[in-house]
Design a protein around this ligand. Sequence first.
Ligand code: ATP
Ligand code: MG
Length: 443
Amino acid sequence: MKRSNFFLPTLKENPVDAKVASHRLMLRSGMVRQSSAGIYSWLPLGLMVLKNIESIVREEQDKISQQILMPTIQDAKIWKNSGRYSDYGKEMLKILDRNKKELIYGPTNEELVTEIFSNNVLSYKDVPMCLYHIQWKFRDEIRPRFGVMRGREFLMKDAYSFDLNEDDAIHAYNKMFINYLNIFKKMGLKAIPVKADTGPIGGDLSHEFVILAETGESKIFCDSNIFKQSIDNIDYEDKSLVSKIVKHWTSFYSSTQETLDENLYHSLVSSNNRIQKNAIEVGHLFYFGTKYSEPLNASVVNEDGNKIFVKMGSYGIGISRLIAAIIEVFHDEKGICWPESVAPFKVGIVNLRQNEKNCSDISQNIYEKLCSTGVAVLYDDRNEGAGSKLADMDLIGIPWQIRIGPKSLKNNCVELKQRNKNDEVEINISNIVNEVRKKIVKQ
Ligand code: ATP
Ligand code: MG
């Protein structure tokens, strides 16, 4: 993509009402624009990152569930049947259509997915089943703030599992637990599971996945050893391995403020291993048995001919919030420093002297070669000063920068710089494409 054709309205100044780094940087780098409180339009750069995050989530979720797409607007009737129409409170946006039919803009999808299951699955042979979708949600938050971190409209991945018995349902929960660890790892994040409250979703087993950040709105209490653990891809059907891994991760004390047991925390975790910090909730797992399947009649006939209400869990990831969370973790005073897996472009080319034919020819040539090998490149070909082009490139956070100017061209070289490091290296023009490709593949 050439910058001269790319809609990227960057801002030089910090917007006054943006209080946290991610909000400031998303506005300054032209990723989003607010349309009304807690509701945002996504401009090209922001949408590219959103899609990259979606892809990572989809790739992992496809290993353990099937993607569907449910609507944003739901019939109020199913929410009345589950009892949540009144329980959910003011966060739910209620709508009347022209026939005075009551609708809602979905804040979550337990009811709707249970209805789909109940109308279409009759036999135990179709269970276990796990379905997920990636869809916009609306919650009329009392204080939407920090940009897309706490929006009113936000993009969520939500998955729902259906099982015959509690043992299988816990296996579904455990698979999701490991899947989440892998998803966040792929984004370069160290997300940790903490024991959590179930809130209005209900149920009795729940973990939040959180990222440590000063600006986080949750407070967590945990054993620092949990940060030293690592995860790999596994065979999800190996029930005992799945359970062993989850047991290992949950053997370290971790808790939200709501579920904190102060005595237990102090007895299990030695004082120098205690971490009490702010964190951002990026995912949430719930197991709630038959809380929705009973009122909404989601049952199957088992082998013995008996009707069984399925045991369910639900599993959310805040896709749009993750962008803010990643920026909170990966930024410096100049701007964003994207991890490569989510970066909108892998390479940014800065032509430092647009008016000099040699610089422009070589920039264009490197740009074309990189594009033809499938690398996502943003080439800043605008007729602007070098300083402002470099500042913009730093602001938008592309992981690799190729800087092309007369000084290094004298040695037949260009400069290669990693966004989050301070060292620039000169690389011969004839090698630059291969060098960059090697670095990207290695990451
Ligand atoms: P919070 O405690 O932050 O309000 P929640 O516990 O109400 O979130 P869940 O019902 O667990 O949210 O939703 C699943 C995920 O959706 C959350 O883990 C979070 O990442 C994301 N999410 C929830 N509310 C918002 C919001 N207002 N804006 C952006 N993302 C959100
Ligand atoms: Mg939650």
